[in-house]
Write a protein of this length. Sequence first.
Length: 134
Amino acid sequence: PNVMSYIEHINKMSDQIRDDILLCSSIEEQKDMYVFYANILKEATKIGDFQTANAIYNSIGLNPAITTLSGGLGNDQTKSIIEKHDALFDPSDDQGNLRRAIKKSNSDKATIPLFSITLKRLLTADGLPVPDEE
């Protein structure tokens, strides 16, 4: 139940961010809201809150409704922030970039890692032989 509550909380956060941007009354207000969340994304990553950063990134970096608008919403600084997080949250190499960032962040301050990585570590055992299928 706690895992599901946590996942629901993160999904609600992503939905709220999406709605905050899409339901603005003007394009200028959408742009301001997009820049606001891009800056929060940058700060969340800087302080080691990767869970919040992932929720924001899922809303402004991956959501098709937002990415369609973002070409006209972002400035060079926000585009740079999103590109940096494209690399950070890249799922290739078993999320190697994110794992390295979490490890680096853990060295000097409290970190909130991405829950999916922690859950994957709990549910899998790397290096164990897989039974042969007959």
